[in-house]
Unconditional design. Structure first.
Length: 391
């Protein structure tokens, strides 16, 4: 049972540390090279399972089951070798002669083992059990281990050579994969010397733990960082730098939830419209129109420095007031309107605005507040048009 206990321990640890990769997932969620690594992890899991079952069947002298399981054991072993080679080649991403040689080598070992196992039914060239149920290895087994040793050593050397020319994170990853290959190489040699001890399983376990710690976790961190960056880009208006319409829609949904759950106590909404943008675009061009929008955005941000500002349309902005800005809303909007009126007299940018607040017990969602503020903005637009402009 000692042999089987090592296989059980290896399988348990393997499933725990690689659970995220072993779970089914949609294609395209991880890089193609790591998808190949995931397949490699599956093959190793099958190998561990067959290894522990082989130990149990052999100890119990259930020879027919032990024989069938040994077939699975050898197939899963060379399958893992093939998938490891394909993973390393894909991860390095180098389409050169040596990459091709490694790939062919992986397929050659896999094919050789399948043929040898078929022959084994007729003549025991890989393994056999004697009349007393004792397991023996054959020349085919030694040849396969020697070929695996050579292939793992070659992939490790190649990866370390590429790592020497890499930089930063990729250099660290290549070194990790190369060292993992060397670890497996050592344990393959030990397995050849001591066929009745589970050195191959131990080597695979140490190797995958190293990769999980220094490559997989790093890849996950980098992926999360990329998602955060992509989210930040999506939530920022590229022209003005304020929050985007997408961010506005999500924050609006959060406010709706607070209203429905009676959590919201106070909230102010100001709707803005940058006047005369069409006139600027038509007369001066869209590049000047963009500058006009940026200037309007800056004017709003300067006045409402402690509140989120959203651009929800070409010339439309929204500010959501909470905290101190909510309490000082009347002073803030009055000062803003005075500045706008002065701008109109001096021929500078003019922005219409409309403010309204959340009314508990009456407003059922954010749109209720927004529509009143929007209506006030249009009323303000009429007032501004009636004021004298620059001569």
């Amino acid at each position: 049972m000692y042999y089987a206990s090592i296989g059980l321990l290896a399988l348990t640890i393997h499933c725990i540390i690689n659970l995220d990769y072993l779970k089914p997932r949609r294609s395209g969620r991880i890089p193609a090279s790591m998808e190949r690594y995931r397949l490699f992890l599956y093959s190793v899991a099958v190998f561990y399972l067959s290894d522990l079952l082989w130990g149990s069947f052999t100890d119990s002298k259930i020879i027919p089951l032990a024989y069938l399981d040994a077939l699975v054991f050898f197939v899963s072993m060379v399958w893992s070798v093939l998938l490891w080679t394909r993973f390393v080649v894909a991860y390095l991403g180098r389409k050169d002669t040596f990459s091709l040689v490694l790939t062919i080598g992986g397929w050659a070992i896999f094919s050789f083992e399948i043929i040898a196992l078929l022959i084994n039914f007729i003549k025991p060239v890989v393994f056999y059990y004697d009349s007393e149920g004792i397991y023996h290895t054959g020349a085919g087994r030694i040849l396969t281990l020697f070929a695996q040793f050579a292939l793992y050593l070659a992939t490790a050397a190649y990866t370390l050579a590429v790592a020497d020319k890499a930089e930063g994170r990729m250099k660290r990853h290549h070194w990790t994969i190369g060292i993992s290959g060397l670890v497996t190489t050592v344990f393959i040699a030990l397995q050849a010397l001591y066929p009745m001890l589970p050195f191959y399983s131990i080597g695979c376990l140490i190797s995958t733990c190293i990769i999980h710690t220094y490559v997989v976790q790093d890849e996950k961190t980098e992926h999360q960082r990329s998602l955060v960056n992509a989210k930040q880009i999506a939530y920022r208006d590229p022209l003005t730098g304020v929050k985007s319409k997408r961010a506005f829609q999500e924050d609006k949904a959060k406010i709706d939830h607070k209203i429905s759950s009676l959590e919201l106590k106070e909230l102010g909404v100001i709707v803005f419209d940058v006047n005369d943008l069409k006139k600027v675009n038509d007369n001066l061009g869209h590049e000047e129109g963009d500058k006009y929008i940026v200037a309007g955005s800056a004017m709003i941000c300067n006045q409402f420095q402690h509140s989120p500002v959203y651009r929800i349309g070409g010339d439309e902005f929204v500010v959501i007031l909470e905290g101190d800005d909510y309490r000082d809303r009347l002073e803030l909007i009055e000062e803003f309107n005075r500045q706008v009126e002065e701008n109109r007299r001096n021929g500078r940018i003019v922005i219409s605005s409309g403010l309204d607040i959340f009314r508990p017990g009456r407003d059922i969602d954010f749109n209720s507040i927004f529509e009143r503020a929007d209506q006030r903005m249009y009323e303000r637009k009429k007032i501004l048009k009636s004021l004298p402009a620059a001569g």
